[in-house]
Structure formats: C-alpha cells, structure tokens
Ligand binder design. Structure first.
Ligand code: PEP
Ligand code: MG
Length: 573
C-alpha cells in the first residue's frame, strides 16, 4: 500500500481499477526538407488547421450539451489561439525560411512561447501554456494523419495521467469514469473544472513518480475531499473507505427523501428551492433532484454552442420543452447575458478594457433587435406550454427596467397581431446583481413583478473583485457586511411592494449562509442541481424566527470574518 498526498480538486470518494493513460508522444523530425516540399508542407499545415478547427467546433457543441456553456468556453478559448498572430504565422514563416516540416515548425514555435514563461509559477499562465500544448499536439497529430484516440472501457475506471488536456478529458464517457488523478495540474486546470462540473472526484498535482508506481488494473482509492490517493490499499484501509463511501451513499439516500417535498422551515415558513439551468443536461438533473422550479435559466448556452444566433424556432423548441417537462413548476428564463466572461464571437462585440464593466447584457441586447426579438418571441410563444417568467440581467437603472418591459409589450403586440397565442399573464423580473440596483430596489419594485439577487455579480461589483481572478478570490466574499446590507435592502424593498425575491447566485447554496437569507425574508433559493436536496434539508433545519434574529444580529457586524464566525457559531449551538 502507498499513500500519496496531493490536491483534491473535485470532491467525493472513488474506489476502483486504474487506467493508466500513456502520454501521446509523436515523433517529430527536425531535419530540413528539400525546397520543392515547402509548398506541400504549407498545404498540409492548412489542412491540419482546418481539421483541428472542425474537431474543436464539435467539442464545443458536445461539451456545451454534456457539461455546460462555461466548460465549452475552454475549447473556444483554445480555438482562438489558432487565430493568434504569434502562433500560426510564425509557423508558416519557419517552414518557408528554415525549410523544416510543418510539425517541426509547430514544435519550435510552441517551445519558444514556453521558454518565455519558464519559471513562472502562476497557475493561470501554466493553464494557458497547457492550452498551447494541447492545440500544438492536435495540429501535429493531424499532420501525422492521426485520429483522435477514443478510449473504450469494459468497466468503470480511475484515470491516471500526466495531465489531461481539455480535449482528452472531453473524449471520455463520464459514465465510465470513477475519478481522475493527474501528476500535474491544479484546482484551476481544465480537468479539475470539468471533473467538478460532472461530479467526478479528482486529485491533481500527485507528482510524476506516482505514475511509475501504478499500472492499469491496480486497485486504488481516490479521496477528492482530502486530496489523497491510496495505491493498492490494505484490507483495513479499503474497509474503512468502503464504510465512508457507504455513509456518503446513506447521506444521498437521506437527501433523496426531500425530492418530492416542498421546502419549509421547521416552524412552517415556506421557502421555494428551485434550480439553475446552464446546459441542456441540467434539465434532467434538476428533475431528478426535485427542483421546485427553475429559478435561473441561463440561455447563453443556446448561443455558445453555435456559430450563429439560434433561430426563434430553435429557441422556442427548447423553452417549450423545458417548461413542459417542469410540469407546472415555474421557469424563470433569463434573457441573453453576454459579455464579461461570457463571450460569443459571432456577435462581434468590440474588445474592451474592462469587459465586466462594459457593453454587456441588456446594455448591448436592447440595442440589437435582431438578437432580442427572436429570443423574446420564442419565450413569449413558449408561455402557452406552461408557467414561465422573463428576467433581465445586469439592470442598473430604472430606465433599463422600463425599457425591458416596453420591449416585451411591443413584441407581445406583434405576436398577437400575427395570430400567435401567448399566456394571459407573464411575470417580468430583474436580477439584482449591481449595487445600484439594490440601492434603488424600492423604485425598481414599482416596475417589475419579482427580483432575483445574483450574488456572484453583486459580490464582484460591490467589492470590486473580478469573479474570474483567483488572486482576488479571497476578497470576493458574500459574508461581507456590505453584501449583507444590499441583500437586506433588496428583500425589504420587494416585500414593501409585495413582490417575491429570490437568490440565484452561488451564495444560495452555501448551507451556513442560508439562515441569513431566510432571516431577511428571501422567498426562493435557486441552486445548481447537485445542491437542491441539501438546500431543502438545510431550510428544514432552520426556524424562521431564529433566522430573523440571526439576520438582525449579522447586519450589525463589521467584517466578513465576524459574519462567518457568527454563522458558524449559529450552527454549532
Ligand atoms: C449571478 O451573477 O449571481 C448570477 C446568478 O448570474 P451569472 O452567474 O450567470 O452571472
Ligand atoms: Mg450575473
């Protein structure tokens, strides 16, 4: 038995046989080519590039459908490398000037980029170098006429690899993977992100020597919670981990009891626990986990999985299917929230210095009828299939909320004139995710039918901490008293007008934070599918009365640290 300590990058325990993924090594000859072969090499390079583009486009579509739009972005970012003026043009130059093969030129250019960053430990830079390697390996594979190797397993396995490129990870059938263990990599590497999305345990940074000590078929334990890998465990250790796995299974069974229940506090106060949808496969998972509705349907994936905007009919088919399958449980469809970290190249939005503060979401959307009309027409037409609501993201002023309403009214009128049916009442709401919106929530409440607080953005904008920047992640805390105050103000303003208020950012799934949200009167918590059952259980453990007392106390605290301490103490009572 051997125990390896590394970094747990996706939680859960897995026990099973190893599949050792050999590193794909392609031999590249550096010898010069005769003059008359230069043209043929250039042509081969172009064929390989268009092959890689096609494969990446397929991966984007598959990943957007199987995992999520954000994960599909990984491939879009890689594909963009193919247009980087520092990458392919120098390869062509080397073939022409140095008379080397296309594969050798690709190797040289990538080595040059790598040498610039040697020694830099920054996780982000390392992940970008991994992207560069991946794209280079794919070009070389196609130059050598190779097909993408598609592993096939007879039984579920634990993948051991040096590091997995995003394209290698995406090739595995998730149903046959028990866990991932990589010698390199970190929490932010692509395999880790994909593993977390798929709910597969993963450990990264286990070191190169580890690979020499395992072979395909060995029995191993992977503990993604603690970052531990146990090779060929002793019977005692195996028994203890099987016991832990059993406990985990029991926990899942306990939570399953909440599937059909409507969430309520133990003193009978009702809190809706809905789910967030960010890709097609989320719908099944939300139904499986007993979501009481969809509190946030992120429509971006419909735009990201394609090379042009989805048509009205395509969108109608998706919205109507979701609403029908939710079978009477309300669905809040958010209009396109593009910009910031959600980029859609074919919309041709100009590059900006500060994309999160720029021309994004409704700021861009309201100016582009060719984009908003098909979407709003599709949503309004889908309203005949079941209860749905429309929500605008990134609202910062009263005028934007009014404009959104007016646009919906105009589109409705047009549809009715064309003879389409639309549901009698369709609620229109706004996300409260910019501090200005929370501060004018009283005025906004006069204009709309509901609020949904997007804590992910509310935290980033309140604390001026970019949500995609690991370096400031420690500042971006929803425990910060400023965030607490904005949530409280929003809830008070909503209730003063008699409209409901939900929370659909990640904070809604933070178990220790939930009593604060209940305490200030949040009516709906909308969380990822995997968190629905636990959130229902946590709501059931709270009492509205205690939670209100706790919230009042927290609103007087002065720092995120104090707030977290008080929340922890509340749960330890
Ligand atoms: C949020 O900002 O909290 C939110 C739920 O929306 P998104 O994460 O899609 O920006
Ligand atoms: Mg947001």
């Amino acid at each position: 038995m051997e125990i390896i300590h590394a970094t747990g990058t996706s939680p859960g325990i897995a026990i099973g046989p190893v599949y050792l993924q050999e590193q794909q090594k392609s031999e590249v000859s550096m010898t010069r080519i005769p003059d008359e072969m230069v043209e043929a090499e250039l042509a081969a390079l172009e064929r390989a590039l268009s092959g890689v583009r096609q494969e990446m486009a397929d991966l984007i579509t598959q990943t957007a459908a199987k995992v999520g739009a954000k994960e599909a972005e990984i491939f879009r970012a890689q594909m963009m490398l193919l247009d980087d003026p520092e990458l392919i043009p120098p390869v062509r130059e080397l073939i022409k000037n140095e008379k080397i093969s296309a594969a050798a030129a690709v190797v040289q250019v990538i080595r040059k980029h790598e040498s610039i960053f040697t020694g830099i430990k920054d996780e982000y830079i390392r992940a970008r170098i991994a992207d560069l390697h991946d794209i280079g390996a794919q070009i070389i594979r196609l130059l050598n006429g190779g097909q993408r190797p598609r592993p096939h397993f007879e039984q579920p396995v634990i993948i051991f690899a040096h590091d997995l490129s995003p394209s290698e990870t995406a090739l595995f059938d998730p149903a046959m993977i028990l866990a991932f263990v990589t010698a390199a990599g970190s929490r932010t590497s692509h395999t880790s992100i994909m593993a977390r999305s798929l709910g597969i345990p993963a450990v990264a940074g286990a070191g190169e020597e580890m690979l020499a000590r395992v072979k395909t078929g060995d029995l191993v334990i992977v503990d993604g919670n603690e970052g531990v890998v146990i090779l060929r465990p002793s019977p005692e250790i195996l028994a203890s981990y099987r016991e832990r796995q059993e406990q985990e299974k029991k926990r899942r069974e306990r939570l399953a009891a909440y599937r059909a229940l409507l969430a309520a506090t133990r003193d009978g106060h009702r809190v809706v626990v809905a789910g967030n949808m960010g890709c097609r496969s989320d719908l099944e998972r939300l139904l499986e986990h007993g979501a009481e509705g969809i509190g946030l349907f992120r429509t971006e994936f419909l735009y990201m999985e394609k090379e042009q905007p989805p048509s009205e009919e395509e969108q109608l088919a998706v919205y109507a299917e979701v609403v029908r399958k939710m079978n009477g449980r309300p669905v809040i469809i958010r209009t396109l929230d593009v910009g910031g970290d959600k980029e859609i190249p074919y919309l041709n939005l100009p590059p900006e210095q500060n994309p999160f503060l720029g021309y994004r979401a409704v700021r861009f959307y309201f100016e582009r009828p060719e984009i908003y009309k098909p979407q709003l027409r599709a949503i309004l037409r889908a309203s005949c299939s079941g209860p749905l609501k429309i929500m605008f993201p990134m609202i910062s002023s009263l005028e934007e909320a009014r404009r959104g309403r007016a646009i919906i009214e105009a589109v409705k009128k047009e549809l009715l004139e064309e003879g389409h049916s639309i549901a009698g009442t369709i609620e229109i709401g706004v996300m409260i995710e910019i501090p200005s919106a929370a501060l004018i929530a009283g005025a906004l409440a006069q204009e709309v039918d509901f609020f949904s607080i997007g804590t992910n953005d509310l935290v980033q904008y309140t604390l001026a901490a970019d949500r995609t920047n690991e370096k400031v992640a420690c500042l971006a805390s929803h425990y910060h008293p400023a965030v607490l105050k904005l949530i409280d103000m929003t809830a008070k303003a909503a209730h003063a007008k008699g409209i409901p208020v939900g929370v659909c950012g990640e904070a809604a799934a933070d178990s220790i934070f939930i009593p604060f949200l209940i305490g200030v009167g949040i009516d709906e918590l909308s969380v990822a599918a995997g968190s629905v059952l636990l959130t229902k259980e946590v709501v059931g453990k709270c009492s509205k009365e205690d939670a209100a007392g706790l919230a009042a106390k927290l609103l007087h605290l002065k720092s995120a640290v104090e707030v977290k301490k008080a929340l922890t103490a509340y749960w330890q009572r």
